[in-house]
Ligand binder design. Structure first.
Ligand SMILES: [Zn+2]
Length: 158
């Protein structure tokens, strides 16, 4: 329906194909048209945005994991739904960082610090922590058990 510019979803569905078929009715291309999809039932949170690149297969559907969760966000200011981003692309609202995002950032910073430090560490005597011993074991291609024993010997583990 090229004239249809707005889809209003009132029927929750677990069927991805039904969701796409309903939501995309307003997305048939017409120059200058901007489709609006009003989803009253949260289908987008179950299936992701309708124009998401999907890998279609005849294999059984994979279990939901953290990696393949639907990554959409709804702006509390304008209710625009979009792919996860630090800022709403519609109104510019800046989201507060979630606990997971803060933890992920901290982990990355610690990893960069450790990698920088490990450039100068070549023997167990240079290591100041258990983490560094494990990083040295990895760097040298040793098993984690080696780092464990080194840590025990140096009194870093009790
Ligand atoms: Zn917004």
């Amino acid at each position: 329906m090229p004239d249809c510019g707005c889809s209003i979803l009132l029927r929750p569905t677990k069927s991805l194909t039904l969701f796409i078929q309903q939501a995309m009715r307003s997305m048939r291309y017409v120059p200058g048209k901007r489709a609006v999809i009003i989803d009253h039932v949260g289908n987008v949170h179950r299936h992701g945005l309708p124009d998401l690149d999907r890998e279609w297969t005849l294999e059984p559907r994979p279990q939901r994991t953290k990696e393949n969760l639907v990554h959409v966000r709804q702006c509390p200011e304008c209710y625009f739904t979009h792919y996860t981003a630090p800022e709403c692309p519609n109104c510019g609202h800046i989201y507060e960082k979630t606990r997971e995002e803060i933890l992920e950032e901290k982990k990355k910073q610690e990893l960069v610090k450790l990698e920088r430090r490990m450039e100068h560490v070549n023997s167990p005597a240079d290591c100041k922590s258990v983490k560094e011993l494990f990083a040295l074991a990895k760097k040298k291609g040793y098993k984690p058990g080696w780092a464990y024993h080194q840590a025990k010997e140096r009194g870093l583990l009790s």
